[in-house]
Design a protein around this ligand. Structure first.
Ligand SMILES: Cc1ncc(COP(=O)(O)O)c(C=O)c1O
Length: 427
């Protein structure tokens, strides 16, 4: 029995209802604007105050951990709530809303809509690629040794399941070329894939992804980018980077709802990632005699009932960043990070682990007080100054990471610097 897509959709009942609900009301949720003032350089303070006014952060906390979990501006919560209300009122899946959200997301990432699908987080996107590529025992994959578990475990799991070999390189904090060369030095005839974090989680190193993409293409190696820390922190276009796939989370720098993510797979290589999980919406044509044709594009990795409110709210988060201005968002985070670095650098006893060069870092700064455990420094900043940073113990480090985003202020950075100075003095 063959079940053509249209019949199948009618059978499961969303064909017409979903389209009807994708009307003005719900589309409005996605395009809802925060009504920020027009940016004027001479009155930039007013603009940033309005941006900060969009966040409902606890007044007694200075939040410096967007790299862990990012707060959402008000428009995101509103889009989520209003979409949920509309869909619940009619018990609609809202599946038709995915396509509009997909257009917003694809445009933001410099991709085509058929190259992106919605996931739950970066880990899921990384896992889809690692599990989906045709890798055999003895094939090799290159990662940086600073990969987050959400970046390394998907490949280590393939080492366990399929016998691939994972080769790691230590990121070079001193030059982009150094990183390129460390990858090149690991390439062998069995190398099938390279993955790097666009911005590394422990120390915020910005990787030269364009150059790595060119190297991988030259050698016919799959290049996957773990973009958990870069989306919403630095502006880029995936087409310009030239990677084969890219996974990210909505709930960090993008300010989307929790449990949202995006996976990009370059159209030309889409069929090389075999879906490990499929179901309703993943196939446009199947039967019980062995035929199964996947839905066009990356969306084949989406299956079953989903929360449309999440993707609508993620699209609203992206629209908010576009309203603030993507370059402005990046400049704001980077200049606050620069302020943190400049303030910490002269403190004797503090070691900054994030590269100083703007070419190699963006809006995260990791620093250590040698001889002091991460938990102690983190705890001091949190308990005595309500500065919520993130302890870093990965890769043998004992450090603290600070993320600076559009809702943070120069005064907050200065308070952090003063608190670290006090800590070192008292230690
Ligand atoms: C580089 C990197 N990759 C992957 C992840 C995992 O993200 P998620 O839990 O959203 O999948 C993180 C989280 O901090 C990360 O920094």
């Amino acid at each position: 029995m063959t079940v053509p897509r249209k019949t199948f959709l009618r059978q499961i009942g969303w064909g017409t209802l979903g389209v009807a609900l994708a009307g003005d009301r719900l589309a409005a949720a996605m395009t809802s604007e925060a009504k920020l003032p027009v940016f004027e350089p001479s009155r930039s303070d007013q603009f940033w105050r309005a941006v900060r006014g969009q966040y409902e952060l606890a007044a007694d906390l200075t939040y410096l951990n967007t790299g862990g979990l990012g707060p959402s501006p008000r428009v995101v919560g509103e889009a989520f709530a209003s979409t949920t209300r509309s869909l619940q009122g009619r018990l609609d899946t809202g599946h038709a809303l995915f396509d509009e959200a997909r257009r917003v997301v694809a445009d933001f990432f410099g991709a085509a809509p058929d190259e992106v699908c919605f996931t739950r987080n970066t880990t899921e996107g990384n896992s889809i690629v690692a599990a989906g590529l045709d890798l055999r025992a003895g094939d090799e994959v290159i990662l940086e040794s600073h990969a987050h578990p959400g970046g390394s475990l998907p490949w280590l799991n393939q080492a366990k399941r399929r016998g691939i070999a994972v080769k790691v390189f230590e990121p070079d904090p001193s030059s982009p070329t150094g990183n390129l060369e460390r990858i090149r030095a690991l390439i062998r005839s069995r190398t099938r894939a390279v993955q790097v974090s666009h911005v590394t989680a422990p120390t915020g190193i910005l990787m030269p992804v364009r150059e790595i993409a060119a190297l991988a293409r030259e050698q016919s190696i799959w290049f996957h980018v773990d973009g958990a820390q870069s989306s919403g922190m630095v502006p880029f276009s995936l087409r310009e980077i030239g990677c084969d796939s890219f996974a990210t989370s909505g709930h960090k720098w993008l300010g989307g709802p929790r449990e949202t993510g995006v996976l990009f797979i370059r159209r030309e290589r889409n069929d090389e990632v075999s879906p490990a999980h499929v179901g309703a919406y993943s196939s446009c044509d199947f039967d019980f005699d062995g035929r199964l044709t996947y839905a066009d594009g990356a969306r084949r990795h989406e299956y079953g009932t989903r929360n449309a409110a999440s993707v609508v709210a993620l699209a609203a988060a992206i629209r908010f960043q576009q309203e603030v201005g993507r370059t402005r968002v990046a400049d704001c985070g980077a200049s606050l990070a620069q302020r943190v670095q400049a303030g910490l650098a002269p403190i004797r006893g503090v070691e900054i682990l994030t590269p100083a060069s703007p070419q190699m870092r963006a809006a995260m700064t990791t620093f250590a007080v040698p001889g002091v455990e991460a938990a102690r420094l983190f705890g001091y900043l949190m308990e005595h100054h309500a500065l919520r940073c993130r302890p870093v113990t990965e890769t043998g480090l004992q450090a603290v990471r600070v993320s600076t985003h559009v809702f943070n202020t120069p005064a907050e950075c200065d308070r952090l610097i003063a608190a670290v100075r006090d800590f070192v003095r008292a230690t």
